[in-house]
Design a protein around this ligand. Sequence first.
Ligand code: SAM
Length: 321
Amino acid sequence: MIVDRFGRRFRNLRVSLTAACNYACTYCVPDGKRLLPADHELSADELVYAVRLLVDAAGIEKVRITGGEPLLSPKFDALLPAVMQLPLQDVSVTTNGQLILRKLDVILGAGLSRINVSLDTLDAERFRQIARGGDLETVLAGIEALRAAGLAIKINMVPMRTRNADQILPLLDYCLERGFELRFIELMSMGHLRHGNAFGRDFFGMNEILELISTRYAFTRTDAPYDSTAVRFAIPDAGTFGVIANETEPFCSACTRLRLASNGFLYGCLSNAASHDIRPILLEPEHQALARLQSLLVRALADKQDLSFKGEVTVMKFIGG
Ligand code: SAM
């Protein structure tokens, strides 16, 4: 097992199926390139082989399938059932929800038990402004279908001061009523947000989120697992919510995440643009592939920043949010 001086190792793998997305969220990309996949994306078979090798070489225990928009990719239909067969503690999917109804058979057929759906507002007009694509009602219908099928659902919201901070309480009510866990993701200074004033203007951090919630609910902070990204809170007799507080309470010192981009590059840290091409390794016989992957993982782990989240020019939809 490869472990660094902070005791960190890779346990969680995020696999970006494709960089293509049917949305162009204002915080993720400048408009215009949403549907473009990355150059030379790995096939479903290559991705599954890569994940299998990483499970062996790094001791990966949990896999999250993400993107871009994973449900947009034809590879999803083969990849999800194949990843579900691997010896993992947990498999989950992060989606914008637009294509859930179309992919319901694949999701249920593979036996997925939990899913994260990104939803930044319950206001249809605001939804179009933020996502620059998609349709709110379709997303909500998809979520209801998953709920009816018994999946555990987390909703991801990125609160932004000028765009959807007033949606924090409506979204929390919506989630509590349905037994979903709402996750507020603090805006990250990624991609185009590294420049200009949008990040500073729209950042709406954990303290402000909690202050707003306290106007309606009493809540207490609860324990979270060692390498959890979220600070979690319980509202007695109502449910739970979490904050992924990259800026306010960075979790870098306990970060166990590794990312595999759709073009076969590994990223050890969100705050570091360094990447490592595993495509040549995938052509090797398995024992050689594993040995080469080990040394590459040592470099990827060394890419992790020490203690604070800094953001990067890399774009979430490319490296897998
Ligand atoms: N298309 C899928 C979705 O929308 O969930 C998966 C990919 S998306 C890049 C994954 C997550 O990254 C989403 O929940 C999105 O809100 C989040 N994200 C993207 N850019 C972000 C940023 N600059 N700050 C915070 N969260 C961001």
